[in-house]
Every structure is written in C-alpha cells, then in structure tokens.
Design a protein around this ligand. Structure first.
Ligand code: AMP
Ligand code: GLY
Length: 423
C-alpha cells in the first residue's frame, strides 16, 4: 500500500519513521514534509488546502491511505473530501474535529454526556462575559473558543487580568478564534495526556505521556507548543487509565456517534488529575507534538495496518496496540526567540552517530546546509529502562548537536526522574 502523510513537523517525522517500518507500507509520500521526513519518504509539493489536487495525487499514485498529522487540514475538511472521494483517511471529518476546533463544542458535549470537566460558561458578547466573571473564583481560566496554536488560554490570577483577557479576545487578539470566549473554573492537579484510537465505533487506549508547556527550566515563562515530553506517564496508573476510558473517552465516542457525528482518528485527551479523579481539560483531534515522538518510539506494532483498520472502520478486528515497557523522552531544541519570534536560518550540524533518535520539527536545507526553519526545530528522543536513562541518552545527543542559535530546557522529565530517585 502507498501512503500519503500530510504535515511537516516532528510529529510527522515520527509518524513517517514508524510507517516506513510497517510491512504493509510500500511507498510513503509526504506533503510538504521536511528534511528529516525526506530520509523516510518521497516529498511532494502539494497544496493541502487544494483538496482536488490531493485527491488527484492519490488516484495517480494509487494511495491506499492518507494520514493527516496536524489539526488545520482536519478542521478545514480534508478528511471529508478524501472520504467523499473513496480514499481511506486517518483523521476525523471537520465536524468531528470540532472536539479540538471549538472548546465550547467540547464543553457542551461533556455536559450532555456527563463527562467530568471544569465548570464553564460560553459567551459571544463581551459585556455579558464580563458580567459573568463574578460567578467564578480565582484564578479563573479564559479561553478563545477556536484554534489559536495553543496560545488562546489565559490563567488569570486577578479579576482585572481576567477582564483584560476577555477584552483582548473580543478585540481580536486571537483573530476569529476569539469571537467566542469560554470562561472556566480553575482545576488543581497534575496534568497528563492520554491517547485513544477510534474508528467511531470501537475505542482502544494508545498510551500516555506528559509534556512540558512552559519555555523555561522549572516550568517558568510563557507557554509553548511543548518543550519536551515523555511516555508513559506513570501517574496515569492502569486503574486511572481504565477510569479515563470509562468516564471520559468512551462516552465521548458514543455521544459523537449517537449525535450523527462519528469521530474517527486519534483522540488526545488533556487531563487534570484532581483529587476528585481525572477531569478533561481539552481534546485534540490529532497526535500531540512532541507527544507523538515518544509514543512512536515505544510503539511496537504495524502502524500502517492499524491506521488503515481505523480508516476502514475495522478497528475491532485489528491487533491490539503494543508498546515497549521502556520510557521514551524527547527534548525539544528550539530556535532562540521561541515562543516569540524565533531566529530563522541558524546552521545545525547533527552528529554522525547518536544513541537517540533525532526527529526534525522545523528544519530546512539551504545550499546543502541544514538550518532552523521554525520555532521548535529538533526533537531529540532517548529510550531507556527508566526515565533517568532515557533522559541521559536524550541530553547526550543534545550535547553532540551543534546549533548555536538554538536552546532547550535541561530538565525534561524532572517529575519522573525525581520520583525514580525517591524524592
Ligand atoms: P489547553 O490549550 O486547553 O490545553 O490549555 C492550556 C493549558 O492551560 C493546559 O495544559 C493547562 O495547564 C491550563 N488549563 C487549561 N484549562 C484549565 C483549567 N480549567 N484549570 C486549570 N488549568 C487549565
Ligand atoms: N504538545 C501539545 C500539543 O500537541 O497540543
């Protein structure tokens, strides 16, 4: 089977790396890809917004499966167009991708399906939102309803900050994403990510991870798309995972199907482990980036066969996903300036050998030189029996990379490493 992978980040490099290890994968194409993905796949210059062009490419190259990595083409309906053309696709339709594309949609679904999540209010009117604030305690969470590249969430410590965040969102600081605002009760606990695969009918667990959202060591500074991650997240014990499946993921899949909006693809649940049990923070309609890099480093099955089974609504017959017991840990190397304006074009030299997998996230080739081409540039992924060992391997490889205009956090996995030390 020939496969077309959509996307150009570290998540897609990890997917490409795993897909090409699948016995059922013949030629892997990637659009647009990156220099790391080019080592695994044939890159094609397709405009993914041009659905007819993608469909024509699939017909021409006998593509039997399209795997959509990022959320934007999902929300844009690329999945719908491919399904309508009879091309098997991994990734939800646009309406189902609202689980990520609209925070208000997901909160209302949680209410209807009795799924534990933070209390909330949806508002499309600035004055009404400001008037409603008083009902919530402090801190309070203010969110732009739509896609805002992970940046549309403000945790306000004071009423004045909360009001300012609401004003900003309605005044367009997040564009159309802020035309509706969700006010949420602040939840206290440890965060963890949980992944499940579904074809709209069956659901299987697909591992856990924890990421590091803040830019600086010790979890300080502005939020980012993620500066590192590790998998599994042992805080999500088998008992808690079963509870998350039963109380959060399965009711979501069932409600989506019952409402005529079946969800097919990966459901990435951001969870808060509160003292009342796990609660949903948000859903993503795609794999996490860089969580996918650590999941793929541990996944041991035939990824292409599994994703095809989901695309063809045959998940119930597919082999259950298998993962190594090892811990995988990835360190994001970013370009200086990230998450603000990253320095572009900085030269990178990778070591010839490393005891870690170096995924490309934002790189480009310029005159034969590998250079930075984005905020998050490389994902250096180590694997070991423990988080401590995986961390040591990842940082040994980081230290062998020459990237003067880059930086990384030095404490990825700190919670787990501390737990392993018995601290
Ligand atoms: P989101 O984009 O919805 O995942 O939010 C980004 C981050 O904001 C989350 O990873 C949490 O750290 C935090 N956050 C979001 N909603 C809440 C909430 N209701 N209570 C506490 N923290 C939250
Ligand atoms: N690492 C967070 C995300 O992919 O949304």
């Amino acid at each position: 089977m020939n496969i077309l992978l959509i996307g150009s980040g570290g998540r897609e490099h990890a997917l490409a790396w795993k897909l090409t290890q699948s016995p059922s994968c013949d030629t892997l194409y990637a659009a647009p890809g990156n220099p790391g993905i080019a080592e695994e796949a044939t890159l094609v210059a397709l405009d993914v917004m041009d659905h007819a062009a993608v469909i024509a490419f699939c017909a021409d190259k006998l593509v039997g499966l399209v795997v959509i990595g990022p959320e934007a083409p999902l929300v844009d309906g690329l999945g719908d167009s491919l399904r309508a053309a009879g091309v098997p696709v991994f990734g939800p339709n646009a309406k189902a991708a609202q689980l990520e594309g609209s925070k208000g949609f997901t909160k209302d679904l949680c209410t209807r399906a009795n799924i534990p999540t933070a209390g909330y209010a949806r508002h499309t009117d600035k004055a009404a939102a400001l008037a409603d604030l008083a009902r919530f305690g402090l801190p309070v969470v203010i969110k732009a309803d739509g896609l805002a590249a992970g940046k549309g969430v403000i945790i306000a410590e004071t009423a004045a900050d909360a009001a300012a965040a609401i004003e900003d969102m309605f005044d367009g600081s997040f564009g159309d994403a802020g035309a509706e605002v969700v006010i949420e009760e602040f939840m206290v606990g440890e965060e963890a990510s949980f992944f499940a695969l579904t074809d709209g009918k069956s659901v299987v667990a697909f591992g856990s991870a924890q990421d590091h959202k803040r830019v600086g060591d010790g979890d300080v500074g502005p939020n980012t798309g993620g500066m590192g991650a590790y998998s599994p997240a042992p805080v999500l014990t088998p008992e808690l995972e079963a509870r998350v499946m039963r109380e959060i993921v399965e009711p979501t899949v069932a409600a989506m199907a019952a409402e005529g909006n079946p969800y097919s693809g990966v459901l990435y649940a951001g969870l808060m482990l509160t003292d009342q049990g796990p609660k949903l923070i948000e859903y993503n309609a795609r794999f996490g980036d860089p969580e996918c890099q650590v999941l793929m480093s541990r996944f041991e099955g035939d990824l292409a066969a599994l994703l095809l089974a989901i695309a063809q609504e045959r998940l119930a017959e597919a082999e259950a996903p298998r993962f190594s017991d090892d811990t995988a840990l990835t360190v994001v190397m970013a370009a200086k300036g990230y998450p603000g304006t990253p320095e572009k074009g900085g030269a990178i030299t990778l070591p010839a050998q490393a005891d870690a997998k170096i995924f490309h996230a934002g790189t480009a080739m310029k005159d034969g030189q590998l250079v930075a081409n984005g905020g998050r540039v490389l994902n250096v992924t180590g694997r070991g029996k423990t988080a401590t060992e995986a961390q040591a391997k990842a940082y040994a490889a980081v230290d062998a990379i020459v990237f003067p205009s880059g930086f990384c956090r030095r404490d990825i996995g700190w919670r787990e490493v501390a737990r392993e030390r018995g601290a």
